[in-house]
Design a protein around this ligand. Structure first.
Ligand code: ATP
Ligand code: MG
Length: 449
């Protein structure tokens, strides 16, 4: 039960207090310490303790002991789930994914098993004092992401850390320390051992972050992207017609868009960021030279790109909803060039897609990053105002039941007839049911086939 008014932090402080009252050490650990020092709101408050999982479970009946084997117990406090982990040393990592054993140990050793110095800090929950065994505080102040210990060895132990390094550098806006960065490039290929789900979760955090363009640069420059999104490498050096794209190749264009999209300094929606990243992914395989016009063309890159997008996102195990939305956005991004020529009914249907606001934002940055045109954008913003008074797709004037009552036999032609009525309605030429029936009658559409 959630008791109102107890913040996650206070819930965690009270939990730590009970551990201490029973004679154990209990400290805040990892991300929450880092985030508090940065003035950010932590996602969760993790507690590290000298109590064994059995001792934790005995103190807090009803807690979840699924992770107890690795030293982690999930305790509920005031409706908040808090991870309580026993100080531990990880055993060897033969598969580069999971430690084979854990040994309960001291706070110093527990700090040393963590990934980056800024993630290796502890905090006394009562006094707020920071306990730093790994030099994390100085790195936090200097904005440096540095592996704890020997970076190459740490990446060999657990290859997910390669991607976490790029993710934290991006979300925190930190510089990766030289030795850590060199080891990332050298061991980039190890990321291939990691499951798509774990890659997806880290990658998603990176791509929505304000500094996502820099993040993608890190993934490309270190070679990490080769393990999970190699298609992106083909954008590098994919030349485009300079009259449309004075900014440069498709990779440059995409990165500028990633920088511009959304509200500066804020996270942007995942679907939008993925769509921006992949909107021109169909360009390299469709690139041709048009002799007659003496220029490069990418005919059908939107349809090819949509298929590639679906394949890529499926491989990364994104949800069906994310896959469908992003694929749809990519498939339609070129249609924005034709909106001023669309008939009203077609335009209203186009604008009624749930993804339209995201598509409009993609179109805005597509132009802003290249030719600077704003006419289609302004046209659509005006149309949004013009159409705002009534729903884009109003309730239908006629339904299939009406057609049956009018003496027609149900069949596939029903869809065509109702679509035709809707087109007239959207064009503003039909406003009521009686006129709709009359219109069908005059068109000969009510006579039996
Ligand atoms: P956030 O929750 O904001 O993503 P976080 O630092 O809390 O950041 P988590 O993934 O929640 O990250 O992990 C909690 C802590 O556990 C980290 O701060 C780090 O100390 C440690 N940790 C997590 N994953 C690893 C790993 N693969 N290798 C070593 N230590 C890790
Ligand atoms: Mg966390």
């Amino acid at each position: 039960m959630m008791l109102p008014g107890v913040s996650p932090r206070d819930a965690a402080i009270q939990l730590a207090r009970r551990l201490r009252a029973a004679g154990h050490t209990a400290l805040f650990a990892g991300g929450c310490v880092r985030d508090r020092l940065l003035g950010r709101t932590p996602k969760d408050h993790d507690i590290a303790t000298s109590a064994t999982p059995a001792e934790v479970a005995a103190l807090f009946p009803g807690s979840n002991e699924i992770g107890a084997h690795f030293g982690v117990v999930l305790v509920k406090s005031h409706g908040h789930a808090i991870e309580v982990a026993t100080f531990r040393t990880d055993g060897s990592y033969r598969d580069g994914r999971h430690p084979e054993s854990v040994t309960f140990s001291t706070p110093q050793e527990d700090a040393a098993r963590r990934d980056f110095t800024v993630n290796g800090l502890f905090e006394d929950p009562e006094s707020g004092e920071v306990i730093d065994y790994v030099g994390g505080r100085a790195d936090l102040e200097a904005g440096i992401l540095r592996a704890i210990g020997d970076p190459a060895q740490r990446f060999r132990e657990d290859a997910l850390r390669l991607l976490r390094a790029a993710r934290f550098a991006t979300t925190l806006g930190f510089t990766i320390e030289q030795g850590t960065l060199a080891a990332m490039s050298e061991h980039a290929g190890l990321l291939g051992r990691i499951s798509p789900e774990r890659i997806r979760d880290e990658f998603s955090r990176l791509i929505v972050a304000p500094q996502r363009a820099r993040g993608i640069g890190l993934l490309v420059d270190t070679g990490l992207v080769r393990s999970f999104l190699p298609e992106l490498l083909d954008l590098v050096g994919c030349e485009q017609p300079p009259e449309w794209h004075p900014e440069g190749d498709v990779y440059t264009h995409t990165r500028i868009m990633l920088e511009m999209v959304g509200t500066p300094g804020e996270e942007a929606p995942l679907e939008l960021c993925l769509a921006v990243l992949l909107h021109d992914i169909g360009k390299p395989p469709t690139r041709t030279w048009d002799e007659a016009d003496d220029r490069i063309r990418f005919n059908g890159h939107d349809a090819v790109g949509a298929r590639m997008t679906e394949t890529i996102l499926r491989r990364l195990k994104y949800s069906n909803q994310v896959i469908e939305e992003v694929t749809f956005i990519v498939s339609r991004h070129m249609q924005f060039m034709n909106v001023q020529q669309m008939r009203v009914a077609k335009l209203k249907r186009f604008m009624s897609a749930p993804t339209f606001p995201l598509e409009l934002e993609l179109h805005r940055v597509d132009c802003a990053s290249s030719n600077g045109f704003t006419d289609n954008l302004e046209f659509l913003i005006d149309k949004e105002k013009e159409f705002a008074a009534e729903p884009l797709i109003p309730p239908p004037l006629l339904t299939g039941h009406d057609l049956i009552r009018l003496g027609l036999k149900p069949g596939p032609h029903f869809g065509r007839i109702l679509d035709a009525v809707q087109t007239e309605q959207l064009e503003g030429r039909l406003h009521d049911r009686d006129r709709a029936i009359e219109w069908l009658r005059c068109g000969g559409m009510l006579s039996p086939e």
